[in-house]
Ligand binder design. Sequence first.
Ligand code: DAH
Length: 357
Amino acid sequence: MTDLNTLESDVLAQVAAAGDLQALDAVRVAAVGKTGSISGLLKTLGAMSPDERKERGAAINALRDRVQSAITEKKASLEAAELDARLARETLDLTLPGPYRRKGSVHPTMQVMDEMVSIFADMGFAVAEGPDIEDDFHNFTALNFPEKHPAREMHDTFFFEPKETGERMLLRTHTSPVQVRTMVSQKPPIRIIAPGRTYRCDSDATHTPMFHQVEGLVIDKGIHMGHLKWTLETFIARFFETDAVTTQFRPHHFPFTEPSAEMDVQCDRSGGEIKIGQGSSWLEILGCGMVHPNVLRACGIDPDEYQGFAFGMGVDRLGMLKYGMPDLRDMFASDSRWLAHYGFSGFAAPNPASGLS
Ligand code: DAH
């Protein structure tokens, strides 16, 4: 009869001596594999008397378990050693110059944002900011969204897990909450733009889950639609760097403005590319309107004394139009070839002093 103690110390010695995962696996197969030495012992149990089988069977099973756990332990240590060796072998000196001497470039979204800030700064607008993680009040309620408005649903909005109080924070779905934050913290007259990131659960050629907007807000006495129209027409002509651009205002609905409108630019869609300033098609580029009295009230401003207008536009979309990029998703794919092609020189960044590049 095979001496279990000798077998065990033999197999354990082989396990200990295995220098790599392959050698260890060979030891495993030879011991506890289907035709291995320990599995073979189990097969001999059938020929034994019940008493003998009980005692011998328990001893063999215990031996098999000890060998198995020695193998598992050894495997973990070999894997850890292999990982350490690989990490040591593959160290990368990040201070060395890369193999491709490609110059960094300014992302088109940032370039377009700087262009917008420059144009509005020239018209006397200040830049305001707000948090990306918002609460329901600033993103919806203060902006006069009715309780069951579809934009509040999971469909569009990325919600966080509810807090203990039941309050759910969210990723702002637009830059309009910065209007609220500004009106609550500043007294009119107000003239701000709020550029920043926004988030919606959406993805196709013209939508990405994260995108950028610029919000605008003007609050003062005697403000009317004429001021809104001039401001936006002047902005668009400067942004597209041509006086030839024709725009139209179309009635629309936003909860936070009354009346509300969308502004379209005239464009040519023949030939697969969109060209601004010619042709007979229209392309929607922004939403706007007169700030709703309920929004003014929610922010502690008396609508009988002050009026204002607001607008919001998609930065990435306007950039696509101006610089001819076909797919919005490419903008955030971090493909260095795309960035090299569409990126801008850091020395050409527009600013309020120098104007557009
Ligand atoms: N917040 C709107 C959106 O994301 C855009 C917008 C429309 C902003 C009209 C405004 C506005 O300030 O007056 O679709």
